[in-house]
Design a protein around this ligand. Structure first.
Ligand code: AMP
Length: 113
């Protein structure tokens, strides 16, 4: 997979507002927030898109969701938040290193645009 800006953030080669880190993932604030709380949860293992994950990644994917819960609770949005994964340029994926968007702190409409 082609390296992305998120790999550089994980290696701390470029700055980011990191709010959580463990051995498997990093969470940092989105540089262009779409809600009062907008945090990205990014696996350290470079998987380009969700569709590229396989059975070996099952535990990692579960871990990312549990970290999403923790990050949301830590930022006061545990009762109402949205988790978004854009898979593919056709739905808006712009960084091809898997990431969960954690969004909250305002109301949201459904369906999403
Ligand atoms: P997506 O469009 O789903 O691929 O989401 C990529 C997200 O990464 C966008 O919301 C961007 O604002 C965000 N982003 C891009 N570069 C950075 C960066 N250097 N630091 C934090 N967030 C970034």
């Amino acid at each position: 997979m082609t390296e992305t800006i998120f790999a550089k953030i994980i290696r701390r080669e470029i700055p980011a507002d990191v709010v959580y880190e463990d051995d498997r993932c990093l969470a940092f604030r989105d540089v262009n927030p779409q809600a009062p709380v907008h945090i990205l949860v990014v696996p350290k293992q470079p998987i380009a898109r969700l569709i590229d994950a396989g059975e070996n990644d099952e535990a990692l994917l579960g871990h990312l969701l549990l970290v999403a819960n923790q990050v949301a609770a830590d930022h006061g949005i545990g009762e109402a938040f949205r988790v978004v994964v854009n898979n593919g340029a056709g739905v808006g994926q712009s960084v091809f290193h898997l990431h969960l968007h954690i969004l909250g702190g305002r109301s949201f409409t459904w369906p999403p645009g």
